[in-house]
Design a protein around this ligand. Structure first.
Ligand SMILES: [Zn+2]
Length: 56
């Protein structure tokens, strides 16, 4: 299984506004689990579906 936090995907950790490396935090939704990356200055900038690859 692919590691969703693997090095090749670290772009989505980075805030496009300030370039900070943001920690992932779990985000519960009505349809499943997502991972949100929240910049302390700019708020959530990226939401990823860690299980997206498994649905194909
Ligand atoms: Zn930022």
């Amino acid at each position: 299984m692919r590691d969703p936090f693997g090095r090749e995907d670290e772009w989505y950790r980075t805030c496009s506004e300030c370039g900070k490396d943001c920690a992932p935090e779990p985000l519960g939704t009505g349809v499943g689990m997502r991972i949100a990356f929240r910049c302390p200055v700019h708020g959530v900038h990226t939401i990823v579906d860690p299980f997206n690859d498994l649905n194909d």
